[in-house]
Design a protein around this ligand. Structure first.
Ligand SMILES: Nc1nc2c(ncn2[C@@H]2O[C@H](COP(=O)(O)OP(=O)(O)O)[C@@H](O)[C@H]2O)c(=O)[nH]1
Ligand SMILES: [Mg+2]
Length: 247
């Protein structure tokens, strides 16, 4: 294929039941020439093999699989996808259907029409969560939603209040802009806060698209949903906020 307009990076760890349906839905909704780069951290559930089987069954497909055998991690996987990406617009999202594929198509359309950094947001008018039922231990628990809101509210006040969803991780960004802001720093959700704050501080423009985040469709959250797991994750944000505050 000619150079793709958009490169969609899909970081996965144990997303066997979600990844091929997600690829198929992205192909249905995204209406510009694009490539899809799955970056899998050698998931024990066979995520990489299922993508390889999909590629074998679709000769000429623009889907690629990159299986990382060591040095695992979400941000490192996204960074590897960025290195491989050939499009003028680079995108990434979670692969559990909590980030709807039709919203990715909207982000790409925004980026194509000139928005430098298009981010899908739960915290602008029209955005929200579809709640899980239980407070504790259920996937996408209400507790997790409340802690995410609290973290975002705090970051929003402490850093730049023009931007709303600092832990979104659902983005389509002009490749030249992104490459001026890499390497990414941070391990899990913090990298996104760091990226967006530096982007805004450096004068890059952005637009925020509301989306409603449903619970993951299948499989398990890697963050965890108990108070202890969420607290352990949330506490990693504090030193990053402190660092960014002093930039
Ligand atoms: N490659 C890679 N992907 C990861 C890793 N951890 C999580 N992911 C992916 O990152 C996305 C968000 O993870 P998820 O488990 O839904 O976390 P949560 O939304 O915070 O509960 C999903 O696409 C995961 O498959 C990792 O260590 N490596
Ligand atoms: Mg998730």
């Amino acid at each position: 294929m000619d150079k793709p307009v958009a490169s969609i990076v899909l970081p996965t760890f144990n997303e066997l039941e979600n990844i091929v349906p997600l690829i198929e839905e992205l192909q249905k909704y995204v209406d510009v020439p694009h490539e899809i780069i799955v970056v899998d951290d050698n998931s024990p559930d066979g995520t990489s093999k299922s993508v390889q089987d999909f590629i074998n069954a679709h000769p000429g497909t623009t889907v690629r699989i990159e299986t990382r055998m060591s040095d695992h991690g979400l941000q490192k996987s996204i960074s590897r996808g960025i290195e491989l990406a050939q499009g003028d617009i680079i995108c990434w999202m979670d692969c559990d259907f909590s980030h709807p594929p039709e919203t990715m198509a909207v982000l790409i359309r925004k980026a194509v029409s000139g928005c430098e950094i298009a981010v899908a947001s739960r915290y602008v008018k029209g955005g929200s969560y579809k709640r899980g039922i239980s407070w504790f231990n259920a996937d996408e628990s209400a507790l997790g939603v409340i802690l995410s809101r609290l973290i975002n509210w705090f970051i929003h006040l402490a850093l730049d209040s023009r931007f709303h969803d600092y832990t979104s991780g659902f983005i389509a960004i002009k490749a030249t802009t992104l490459r001026s802001l890499t390497p990414l720093y941070g391990d899990y959700g913090e990298y996104f806060m760091d990226l967006m704050y530096r982007a805004i501080k450096n004068g890059h423009s952005f637009c925020e698209i509301p989306f409603i985040s449903p619970p993951r469709r299948a499989g398990y959250s890697k963050t965890g949903t108990t108070f202890r797991q969420l607290f352990r994750r949330g506490k990693k944000y504090l030193p990053v906020i402190w660092h960014l505050w002093h930039l």
